[in-house]
Design a protein around this ligand. Structure first.
Ligand code: TXA
Ligand code: MG
Length: 319
């Protein structure tokens, strides 16, 4: 049965979505980063339904969403660095990977059998209202088919997963537009497992340098080479697009010649570019173009995360 798309600004929508979650069903909801595909993180069968709906490999663990840091501390153990980051950036686009608390009431499937758990307190008012109303921790990956472009609107979710979820809460377009930054705090030194909505520089100002996962090792199991991929091939660092290409532009000076052009931020603002990234990739991903050409994006602040996603969108694909 296709999902009910409910306007998130109505209290009865939140109540209906919370009831569906408590009954073990899937609910897509807005967060400030991207839309999430939520389920009861304490239930093996509810969590398994997420993997089934997304076609996600079972070795790739999920982020558990909570309404506040106090709730998060029931599931993960926070050292002083983790506490500092939680105080500074929660609620917000930061995920902390910490040791799982022994006996935590969480499905083992959520962390794919790992001794750690990824925790996040989102800042979107709808996500927080839903977490409070449901009263359970919510496992929620991005609400897209595994490997494809993430969803930043309720419409994107309906297109890809509409038949597989009970409710889609429509809270308008996601503001940050790119997934949370993931920091690993389960070892001696903190690691940047995924660049995202909180710039690396802001985290390093607080807790010092972050290690990068060693080359060749997939630190966050979801960070495989090809990911976030549209159907069309993607070409990076393009300054001269071809006539059969779609151009994903950035900044005020746009080279001519592409069949169609969308600009991530005509004024060259990286936050605006992140907000538009996935929606523009989806719009340019059309049958009548040979590929998507992407202009160079500056590699600082949110540019790290944008470039990370674009490299994965352009990576060779298995099939
Ligand atoms: O912004 C976000 O983080 C969004 C919204 C919905 O909150 N969620 C999201 O989830 O991006 P997902 O499943 O698309 O990406 C989660 C990433 C994956 O790369 C996964 O491998 C990693 O988090 N992850 C989860 N648990 C982990 C763990 N225990 N250790 C290392 N990486 C983990
Ligand atoms: Mg994802």
């Amino acid at each position: 049965m296709p999902a009910a798309i409910l306007p998130a600004d109505r209290p009865d929508s939140i109540a209906a979505a919370a009831a569906a979650l408590r009954a073990g069903q899937l609910v897509a909801f807005p967060t400030e980063t991207v839309y999430g595909l939520g389920a009861d993180a304490s239930s093996d069968t509810a969590v398994a339904a997420i993997y089934g709906a997304k076609g996600r490999p079972s070795h790739n663990p999920l982020i558990v969403h909570l309404p506040d840091a106090g709730a998060a501390a029931r599931y993960g153990s926070f050292d002083p660095r983790a506490e500092q980051l939680a105080r500074a950036f929660w609620p917000g686009p930061l995920t902390l990977v910490v040791p799982r608390v022994a006996g935590a009431a969480l499905s083992g499937v959520v962390s794919a059998g790992l001794p750690t758990v990824a925790l996040r307190v989102p800042s979107h008012p709808v996500a927080l209202a839903l977490l409070q109303a449901a009263g359970i921790p919510l496992a929620a990956p991005s609400a897209n088919v595994s490997g494809c472009v993430s969803a930043t609107t309720a419409g994107h979710v309906a297109e890809a997963l509409g038949e597989k979820v009970a409710v889609i809460l429509d809270g308008g377009p996601a503001q940050v537009g790119i997934e949370s930054t993931i920091v690993g705090l389960d070892g001696a030194r903190p690691r940047l497992l995924r660049p995202g909505g909180v710039p690396r520089e802001a985290i390093e100002r607080l807790i010092g340098p972050l290690d990068d996962p060693a080359a060749g090792i997939v630190a966050a199991p979801g960070m495989l080479a090809s990911h976030y991929a549209p159907h069309c091939p993607v070409r990076l660092e393009v300054t001269a697009p071809r006539p059969d290409e779609a151009l994903l532009a950035f900044g005020p000076v746009v080279p001519p010649g592409a069949k169609v052009t969308l600009n991530l931020s005509p004024r060259g603002d990286l936050a605006e570019a992140a907000t538009n990234l996935y929606a523009h990739l989806r719009s340019l991903d059309r049958a009548d173009i040979a590929g998507i050409a992407v202009m160079p994006i500056p590699a600082h602040g949110l540019g790290h995360a944008i470039n990370d996603r674009l490299r994965r969108a352009a990576a060779p694909r298995d099939a």
